[in-house]
Write a protein that binds this ligand. Structure first.
Ligand code: SF4
Ligand code: SF4
Length: 414
């Protein structure tokens, strides 16, 4: 590696050394409590797949350049110099971590390995070794805002064509069944690419009599996976500006954990409320604005808590409140809520498409699903839904994988 590049990487590292990060890098007691907490290690027991093992890669670079002992006596070991071999280790650590933060809840010091991995991802971007697909997807999201006025009429027409499918779920939907960026709405709903993320949500909001409108943007924030904080802000800014322009009171994020966490917790303060769509459904039920039929669902249901909505977003009880209105035949995954096993597809792994590691590293998840003996597994995150679907197939679990919003829309009492 050229000296100029390693110099740049060192500077990049330094920009991430805020007080919490220094504490995380200085504190680890190597007690190993986090080891079994990581689904990757639990499924593939190798030291490199422990939380502490991943963090050690970054900690050794930290010691080499930012601690006295590493600066004056690097030959004493326990340090890593920024070179190509080290960057391979950095890449292995960063892209085998889904950023689920389960390890953090077990660590007695609350060390946030995901945050430590944000240094790893920043270094990889600096060395031009990040996954280029995620960079391309993040750049496309940013570029979309620049040409939005040209694409908006086509998008609006395509969305209007969904009216029959929305009316099939909620026949009392008034015209227009869906509006795009309508002024005067209370709620801005931000969907994903694909009508499956619009139709059930539209039926539910119409049934609740919500004054809502659809964003022209997709909620997904590929830069959050990539660990590029500048691009993450730019992607979130498009939705922020749209919501401010439309003067909505609330932004409801489609069933996508990273999109929700990025918008609510990682991109500054907004002058509107940000909710996960499952929270909106729970509120409609509490306020008596929608009623559900308990007869629609056949078979035992379970629920997978998406890491970025549950453990990292605090949305734990709302999905269970919704499920109580859907069925009496519900069984919890064990463990669940903030302790739930990650699905194994987070942190951009589903978007990257590779499946061998994803399937092997989520063996404990598949075992947990199987042990529930449920016929249907629901979730409130697109990424988790994709991963659970792949696990279901790979491990031959024979379950149905459903979005919670779809189950709710199917059960709306007409
Ligand atoms: S539990 Fe915390 S202190 Fe113990 S090894 Fe893991 S990160 Fe370090
Ligand atoms: S954040 Fe999740 S995947 Fe990453 S080290 Fe911790 S438990 Fe493992």
């Amino acid at each position: 590696m050229e000296a100029a590049i390693s110099g740049t990487l060192k500077q990049l590292f330094e920009t991430r050394l805020h007080s919490a990060m220094r504490l995380y890098l200085d504190t680890c007691a190597r007690c190993g409590v986090c080891v079994e907490a990581c689904h990757v290690y639990a499924s593939m027991p190798q030291a490199r797949y422990t939380a502490v093992g991943r963090a050690e890669v970054i900690r050794k670079i930290f010691k080499r350049y930012f601690k006295l002992e590493g600066k004056i006596a690097p030959w004493l070991g326990e340090v890593l110099t920024l070179d190509d071999a080290t960057m391979d280790q950095v890449s292995d650590a960063a892209w085998s971590c889904t950023g689920c933060r389960r390890c953090m809840t077990f660590c007695p010091f609350g060390i946030d390995t995901q945050l430590i991995m944000s240094i790893a991802k920043a270094l990889l971007i600096g060395a031009d070794k990040e996954p280029k697909l995620l960079t391309m997807l993040a750049d496309m999201s940013i570029a979309k805002s620049e040409g939005i006025e040209e694409t908006k009429p086509g998008f609006t027409r395509a969305v209007e064509d969904l009216a029959p499918e929305i009316r099939a779920l909620w026949p009392h939907s008034k015209d227009p069944v869906v509006t795009v960026e309508a002024e005067g709405a209370d709620v801005l709903y931000v969907a994903l690419a694909g009508k499956h993320s619009i139709i059930p949500a539209a039926a539910i909001m119409n049934a609740a009599g919500e004054r809502w409108t659809l964003s022209v943007y997709e909620a997904v924030n590929f830069a959050a996976f990539l660990g590029d904080s500048k691009k993450m802000q730019l992607i979130a800014r498009r939705i922020h500006d749209e919501a401010v322009r439309l003067k909505v009171k609330e932004v409801a994020i489609v069933e996508c954990g990273t999109a929700f966490r990025a918008m609510k917790y990682m991109t500054g303060v907004h002058p509107f409320k940000v909710v996960a769509f499952v929270q909106l459904i729970s509120r409609y039920l509490r306020e008596g604005r929608i009623q559900l039929s308990k007869g629609t669902l056949k078979g035992t249901l379970t629920y997978h808590d998406p890491c970025q909505i549950a453990r990292n977003g605090g949305v734990l009880e709302e999905p269970r409140h919704v499920i109580r209105h859907l069925t009496a035949d519900f069984v919890e995954l064990r463990p669940n809520r903030a302790d739930n096993w990650c699905c194994g597809g987070g942190g951009g792994l589903v978007a990257l498409g590779e499946s061998d590691f994803r399937m092997k590293s989520a063996r404990v998840k598949a075992e947990q699903m199987k042990a529930s003996q449920a016929a249907i597994i629901s979730t409130a995150c697109e990424n988790c839904h994709s991963q659970l679907t792949d696990l279901n197939e790979h491990y031959g679990l024979g379950m149905k994988v459903e979005f919670l919003s779809k189950l709710v829309a199917d059960a709306l009492m007409k």
